[in-house]
Design a protein around this ligand. Structure first.
Ligand code: COA
Length: 188
């Protein structure tokens, strides 16, 4: 039985555990999952990512949460909140992000988990605003942002992506607590 920080109808969001390393490594090595990233990720980098997330959770009480499908107890990827400090007009900020194993795409899971995270950010963490970022080319991710009620905020050039890579052209969406409709899908 896992300790879920957030539960929705179909998903449990929790801190990371050792058993997540294997499926996360598989996810991060999948070219389809990494279509809108500069490269795939090795097991070593994945382990370091998971450690960072655990530390982030210990320090702040949130991270990109590991997500289980409640019906099967299967790990499906991550959805959650993280501090972003790269240089831009809107950072430092808290962003909401998501990455799922491809076999779980198309079920509305990212939208369901992300909406619960936004509610958590505003209600429990009392944040005033949350951002989400994606390369302009990643329309699927932007669709999730739109579906959870975020609005396009700014186009920007990501300072950590090579200047010759079209993925450097990014867009940030924003959600303000003052505008947020908490009853959109209140599954907390
Ligand atoms: C982005 C991701 C998390 C979405 O997960 P998901 O659970 O399939 O998302 P949902 O089912 O909640 O919603 C996806 C929406 O995008 C739409 N969509 C799918 N492909 C699309 C495309 N090429 N262009 C525009 N919209 C698209 C879907 O139709 C759906 O919208 P709808 O419900 O209005 O029909 C998943 O595809 C993923 O992990 N991708 C790889 C990692 C990634 O890109 N992360 C984001 C980095 S910025």
């Amino acid at each position: 039985m896992s300790d879920y920080i957030i539960k929705t109808n179909r998903l449990g969001l929790r801190n990371w555990q050792v058993s997540d390393i294997k499926p996360t490594t598989k996810m991060n090595a999948d070219k389809a999952v990494r279509e809108f990233f500069p490269n795939t990720m090795s097991q070593l980098k994945t382990e370091s990512f998971i450690k960072n997330m655990q530390q982030h959770f210990t320090t702040y009480g949130y991270c990109y949460f590991a997500v289980d499908e409640l019906a099967t107890n299967e790990f499906i990827g991550f959805i959650g909140l993280s501090n972003q400090t790269f240089k831009s007009d809107f950072t430092p900020c808290v962003d909401i992000g998501w990455r799922l194993l491809s076999k779980f795409w198309g079920n509305g899971y990212a939208t369901e988990g992300a909406l619960a995270c936004i509610n958590f950010a505003f209600r429990t963490l009392k944040l005033k605003e949350v951002y989400a970022i994606a390369p302009e080319l990643n329309l699927k991710s932007q669709r999730v942002m739109q579906k959870i009620g975020m609005s396009k905020y700014i186009h920007f050039v990501h300072p950590k992506i090579d200047k010759n890579n079209p993925l450097k052209n990014c867009v940030a969406y924003r959600s303000l607590r003052s505008d947020h409709k908490f009853n959109r899908n209140d599954s907390l």
